[in-house]
Design a protein around this ligand. Sequence first.
Ligand code: CUA
Length: 347
Amino acid sequence: MMNRWHVVKRLLPLLAVMALLLSACGREDLSTLNPQGPVAEEQFGLMKLSISIMVLVVVVVFAIAIYVLIRFRRRPGDKTIPVQVEGNHKLEIIWTVIPLVLLVILGVPTIQSVFGLAKDYSKDENAVQIKVTAHQYWWEFDYPQYGVKTAQEMIIPTNAVISIEAKTADVIHSFWIPSLAGKIDTNPGGNVNRMYFEAPKSGVYLGKCAELCGPSHAYMDFKVKAVDEASFERWVAGMKAPAEMPSDPEIAELFASQCLTCHAVGDKGGTIYPNLTGMGDRLAVAGFLINTDDPQYKNEGTVYDNLVRWIADPQEVKPGNNMPKVDLTQQEIEAIAKYLSEQKLDY
Ligand code: CUA
């Protein structure tokens, strides 16, 4: 008895640390327990149902076990053998039928949801089609119906079904927006996975890569911004408008030679690296450096501060990413950051 208590006492600090770690999951809502759309609500419903059944089973089994332990304990001097119930038909039927009924209660809605949520909207004209490509360590969002491509921030209208087709450009990642829908993996080898969700309430929802994909996996965040239909149309128009280049010809030249060889802004530049159109009203730089002037967030700054930090040393910010250190002076970096931070779509 003494020994066992010692083990428990030693484990207590470990358990406390684990509880703390599990509860300290950042300032943004990464919880599936606070659903913000019909798909997430349905999934949350299944969680509630299964947890209720499990709690019921645990409570009943423990209550019976404790009752039996006390009621039928061996009393001092009692040498009799209790009634033997092995092979008792009545008891065996009871403990076979009850779990069977519970499994049916759990199984029917689960299977219904699994097939319901697998519905394919990829050919639906009324759904907003978004092709998601995961890269180490950023997200590409392609809107084929609108001829628009962006990165890191998925803008969606609140009044439509969003149909996702997800693939990867390199290793396995997992696309996950906890408050809107479950996750889907992006598998190497040309495989495409589909899902859909809706976000009827306008707002910003945090997305995460949920599959260990390299040293910067933990920084592979993205945002989903749900806006009303008119804002969405304005955003699309802004994305398609001709790009405005830096007014200083020297900076424009540097920007073209150092950045646009890979990145795109509006109709100019490369297409395979994160699109930078409308950087000025993005919520984050590099997907996870939150743009804020709130001094509470010590590691982050305004969009300008974050851009300067990122361009100066991308490997320091997000180790292992594919952006090379650019050949620019601090002054030139600041000028390019200033230009990018002023590019707003105002949607
Ligand atoms: Cu991509 Cu983890």
